[in-house]
Design a protein around this ligand. Structure first.
Ligand SMILES: Cc1cc2nc3c(=O)[nH]c(=O)nc-3n(C[C@H](O)[C@H](O)[C@H](O)COP(=O)(O)OP(=O)(O)OC[C@H]3O[C@@H](n4cnc5c(N)ncnc54)[C@H](O)[C@@H]3O)c2cc1C
Length: 364
C-alpha cells in the first residue's frame, strides 16, 4: 500500500476516470488541473455523442462531464483546481503552481499524465489578425463564455472538430460561409458533416487559405485551389468577406510532462504526431508513469475515458489495492469497450496505429 498519493495531472475525461478508478479501489489520489473547472474539453461539447449506449450515445458532452464530476465528488477525490503542473521528474516528483502564486512539491507513488492535446496552427499572411483563431478557441468562447466570436465564419479543416464547431457557431447565430479542406475528400464523420451540408454551407476540397486581410481585425480571406502536390493553382483565388477564421487543422499530443518524466516517445501521424510509448495498461516506458487520453495519442473523449479507467485500475493493482483477478477482469472489460470504439473506417485506422505503438513498446 502507498504512503504517497497517486498524482493525476489533468482533470479531463481521461484524468477524471483514472482518479475515479483509483479512489474506488481505495488508493490515495490527488487530481490536479490548471483550469478553474474540471472536465477538460467535455464542457465545450454541447452535441450528443453517438455509438452504443455503453459509450454514452445520445448524451451531450457536458452531461457526461457533470456525471463524472458528481462521481468524483461522491467519492471524495482530492481535486485541486487552478493548479498548473510545471514540472515532473523520473523520481515522480511533481511541481505544482497554485493560482499563479504558491508553488509546492508533491511526491507521488504513481503518476498519471492526462494533459490532453494542443491545437495545431497554420501560418499564412495575416494569420495574426484578431479574428483568426483555432476552432477550440471559438468553441470555448461560444459554449463556455457565451460569446460569439464573429458573424461570418470560415472554417479551415473539415475534420470532426471543424464541422462540429462550425455547426455550433451556426446554432449560436453566426453564418458559416464555407469549409475549406486541403485533402481531396472531407475528413469528419458523415453525421456531423451532413448538418452543415443540409444548412447549405459550401465545402471546398483541394483548397486552402491563401491570406487574411483587414485593418484592426479580420475583414476578408482569400482561398485558393490546390493541385495534386498541394501547390496553389494559379487563377483559382476567391475572396470571401469574413470576420472570423477557425483553424481546425489537427491536434498534437501534449508530451511536455511525459518527456520531463523520462518517457520514451514515438511518432504516429494517425494519432497526432509525437506521443509517449505505452503498453496495453497505458504504462509508459517509465514503469510508474501512465499516459492516457489525448496525451497518449489523439482520439476522442470516449476512448480517453476508457484509457483513464485502464490506467487507474492497473495503477491501483500495482500498489496492492486490487488483486490479480480484479485487475485482469477490469482491464479486460475496459479493453473490450476500447476495441469496440476503434471500429469502422476511422476507428480501424486508430486501432492499427495503437497496435503499432504497443508493438514498439514491447520491442524496446
Ligand atoms: C476543439 C476540440 C473539440 C473536440 N470535439 C470533440 C467532440 O466533439 N467529440 C469527441 O469525442 N471528442 C472531441 N474532442 C476530443 C476530445 O475532447 C478529447 O479527445 C478528450 O477531451 C480528451 O480527453 P483528455 O482527458 O485526454 O484531455 P482534455 O479533455 O483536453 O483534458 C486535459 C486537461 O488537462 C489539463 N492540463 C493540461 N496541462 C496541464 C498542466 N500542465 N497542469 C495542470 N493541468 C493541465 C487541462 O486544463 C485539461 O482540463 C475535441 C477536442 C478539441 C480540442
Amino acid at each position: 500500500m502507498a504512503d504517497k498519493p497517486v498524482v493525476v495531472v489533468g482533470a479531463g475525461p481521461a484524468g477524471l476516470c483514472a482518479a475515479i478508478e483509483l479512489k474506488k479501489a481505495g488508493a490515495p489520489v490527488v487530481l490536479l488541473d490548471e483550469n478553474d473547472k474540471p472536465g477538460g474539453q467535455l464542457f465545450k461539447q454541447i452535441h450528443k455523442f453517438f455509438g452504443s449506449r455503453e459509450h454514452k450515445a445520445g448524451t451531450r458532452g457536458f452531461d457526461i462531464g457533470t456525471g463524472l464530476l458528481d462521481e468524483s465528488l461522491r467519492l471524495g477525490i482530492d481535486v485541486r483546481l487552478k493548479t498548473e503542473v510545471v514540472g515532473v521528474d523520473p523520481g515522480l516528483r511533481v511541481w505544482a503552481v497554485e493560482d499563479r502564486g504558491r508553488s509546492y512539491l508533491l511526491e507521488a507513488s504513481r503518476l498519471v499524465i492526462a494533459t490532453g492535446a494542443t491545437e495545431n496552427a497554420l501560418s499564412f499572411p495575416g494569420w495574426t489578425l484578431p479574428g483568426v483563431m483555432t476552432a477550440g478557441c471559438a468553441q470555448t468562447l461560444v459554449n463556455v463564455y457565451r460569446v460569439l466570436p464573429g458573424k461570418r465564419v470560415l472554417i479551415i479543416g473539415s475534420g470532426n472538430v471543424g464541422v462540429i464547431v462550425g455547426y455550433q457557431l451556426m446554432q449560436a447565430g453566426a453564418e458559416v460561409v464555407g469549409v475549406v479542406e486541403a485533402a481531396p475528400t472531407l475528413g469528419g464523420y458523415g453525421v456531423h458533416t451532413a448538418k452543415l451540408a443540409r444548412a447549405g454551407v459550401p465545402f471546398h476540397v483541394r483548397t486552402t487559405v491563401a491570406r487574411a486581410e483587414g485593418g484592426e481585425s479580420l475583414e476578408r480571406a482569400t482561398i485558393v485551389g490546390l493541385d495534386d502536390s498541394f501547390k496553389p493553382l494559379p487563377g483559382t483565388e476567391r475572396t470571401l468577406e469574413v470576420d472570423t477564421i477557425c483553424l481546425a487543422v489537427g491536434l498534437t499530443p501534449s508530451v511536455e510532462l511525459p518527456s520531463l518524466a523520462g518517457c520514451a516517445t514515438t511518432y504516429v501521424p494517425e494519432l497526432g504526431g509525437r506521443m509517449p510509448l505505452h503498453d496495453e495498461y497505458m504504462r509508459s516506458s517509465v514503469e510508474e508513469v501512465y499516459v492516457v487520453g489525448d496525451t497518449a495519442g489523439v482520439e476522442e473523449a470516449s476512448t480517453a475515458m476508457e484509457e483513464g479507467r485502464l490506467a487507474g485500475i492497473h495503477a491501483a493493482w500495482s500498489l496492492g489495492y486490487l488483486d490479480d483477478a480484479a485487475m485482469e477482469a477490469g482491464a479486460a472489460e475496459t479493453r473490450r469497450r476500447l476495441d469496440a470504439l476503434r471500429q469502422g473506417v476511422f476507428g480501424k485506422k486508430r486501432f492499427d496505429a495503437k497496435s503499432r505503438v504497443l508493438e514498439e513498446s514491447h520491442n524496446r
